[in-house]
Design a protein. Structure first.
Length: 248
């Protein structure tokens, strides 16, 4: 089960006072929390050794309580923003504390907290926009490893919903079969013959849609990394949403 599926099952329970659901969700989210913290800190981190992971863990717990579904931000995207915000606060305080007397530190901590509370909504909107843009650029870099450009992907995207759903199903099969996804990630090549056998689609159909299937497989496999793009995929299908993101 992916973290996204786990969140869908237990987030509301955790938000409504189910402590067991909250503990289970936090435990299942630890790899996600670690990945966000490692990327933000640009170094390896270990649970029980590095305070940054404790900051990230508490931030994820905070995100459970502060999440507002009506704002249309995927929960994991929101949690990632909260983690980064709390890590930023942590490093800012750590830097300031090295050079200031204790009584000044206490005063500054109170003002920083108040400032964060007043500017929270503005910060979250701006940070979300930046993260969406960064995800698009990062996904473009990922695609380039497989010889796929954004323009090629848009051109290769099926125009009809049924066709998109059929090819996304093939990509999902690819991701769920460990040997097949490992082959794609290791060689950069789509295992066309094997996919034709397990999906029932004709080999020529899969070959023709190679770029699209690879892109969708990467998006599904790295869904915790490309949170907003994966959310787009679930809502409307890649073709239309990708055109909108490109034209922003």
């Amino acid at each position: 089960m992916t973290l996204e599926h786990y969140t869908a099952l237990y987030l509301n329970q955790a938000r409504h006072g189910d402590n067991k659901a909250r503990e289970d969700l936090l435990a299942f989210a630890k790899p996600f929390i670690q990945n966000v913290c490692v990327k933000y800190c640009s170094r390896s981190l270990e649970w029980g050794r590095d305070d940054e992971l404790s900051v990230g863990f508490m931030a994820f717990n905070e995100a459970i309580d502060r999440f507002e579904e009506e704002k249309k931000i995927p929960f994991l995207g929101f949690a990632r923003l909260v983690i980064k915000s709390r890590l930023y606060d942590y490093f800012r305080k750590e830097s300031r504390h090295r050079h200031q007397p204790l009584e000044y530190q206490v005063t500054e901590n109170v003002s920083v907290h108040n400032e964060t509370a007043q500017a929270w909504e503005i910060y979250m909107r701006e940070a979300e926009m930046q993260e969406r843009q960064e995800e698009v650029l990062e996904f473009q870099r990922e695609l380039s490893k497989y010889g796929i450009s954004v323009n090629e992907l848009v051109d290769a995207s099926p125009k009809h919903r049924d066709s998109r759903e059929s090819l996304i199903s093939v990509a999902n099969i690819l991701v769920e079969k460990d040997l097949l996804i490992e082959h794609l990630l290791r060689t950069g090549r789509l295992p066309v013959k094997e996919l034709a056998l397990v999906s029932g689609l004709h080999r020529k159909t899969i070959e023709k849609a190679r770029r699209y299937i690879i892109a969708m497989a990467l998006l599904l496999h790295h869904r915790d990394r490309f949170i907003y793009l994966y959310s787009y995929l679930k809502l409307t299908g890649w073709s239309e949403e990708r055109r909108e993101a490109t034209n922003e």
